[in-house]
Ligand binder design. Structure first.
Ligand SMILES: Nc1ncnc2c1ncn2[C@@H]1O[C@H](COP(=O)(O)OP(=O)(O)OP(=O)(O)O)[C@@H](O)[C@H]1O
Ligand SMILES: [Mg+2]
Length: 239
């Protein structure tokens, strides 16, 4: 299997100028993910897990290290040095991200949000509409909510919509930031089911999970974070 993502010696810190503070979020992180793998990140709150995903997605630019991603369009590309244009393309077509906290666009309905995500990839309207309804139904989002604004949704409803929007694109690489944290057991199972399905279709996953055990038989490798320091604690051989 080919390596899809290789993070080498990544460090990220924040300068809080107004407070005169320097915060080291993560240091010397190395991660290697092969095509088709499911890799889990665990670790306590504040240890830098979300920061890593944001560095990969290009939300944060890093001070040190490299993030090599094997793009379908660009070939090997160092995301740490990619241009905004390249990052935008990759977010539209190749790399998906489910954030830990949903921030939705105001005045966009649930249906529009998901449909937009599909249309970005160049599918036609009829297909996009069908796929949208299929995935909203999969996550059992009440039909009455489909044409409402998500700002008023409950936490779990927002989360399910957020996951639906990212998964419907069937990205090559999907970054998941605690996608099941605040969901009930039934909704968690639905997320897991879709993760399994996407993996069968070739999506590679990097996810932060509080309860990695729940995802256990899917997981190929686990990285554990302790205060910004990484250890590659487990390697599974189940696929
Ligand atoms: N934009 C930012 N500005 C300043 N500090 C930040 C920023 N983002 C993260 N940090 C700091 O970096 C550290 C790691 O944060 P991060 O969100 O990555 O932790 P986490 O492991 O995801 O925690 P949790 O499990 O609670 O989500 C924290 O000390 C946090 O305060
Ligand atoms: Mg986090």
């Amino acid at each position: 299997m080919e390596t899809l993502l290789e993070i080498k010696d990544l460090s990220k810190s924040f300068d809080l100028h107004n407070l005169g503070k320097h915060i080291r979020a993560v240091s010397n992180v190395d991660i290697q993910i092969k095509e088709g793998e499911f890799v889990g990140i665990t670790g306590k709150s504040g240890s830098g897990k979300s920061t890593i995903l944001k560095c990969i997605y290009g939300t944060y630019r890093i001070q040190q290290g490299s993030i090599w991603y094997h793009s379908k369009k660009f070939g090997p590309i160092n995301l740490a040095e990619a241009t905004e244009r390249e990052l935008l393309y990759l977010r539209k077509h190749e790399i998906g991200y489910v954030s830990q906290f949903l921030n939705v666009m105001p005045r966009t309905t649930a249906r529009q949000l998901v449909k937009q995500a599909i249309l970005e990839m160049g599918d036609d309207h009829d297909l996009a509409e069908k796929e949208t309804e299929k995935i909203l139904a999969h996550f059992e989002l009440d039909e009455e909510l489909w044409d409402s604004y998500p700002t008023t949704f409950s936490g779990g409803e927002k989360l399910r919509l957020n996951i639906a929007r990212a998964m419907v694109k069937k990205p090559r690489l999907l970054l998941l930031d605690e996608p099941t944290a605040s969901l009930d057991h039934d909704s968690k199972l639905k997320v897991k089911l879709l993760i399994e399905q996407l993996m069968k279709e070739g999506t590679t996953m990097l996810g932060i999970f509080h309860d990695l055990e729940f995802m256990n038989h899917l997981c190929n490798q686990e990285y554990n974070m302790q205060n910004g320091i990484f250890s590659h604690s487990t390697s599974f051989t189940n696929s």
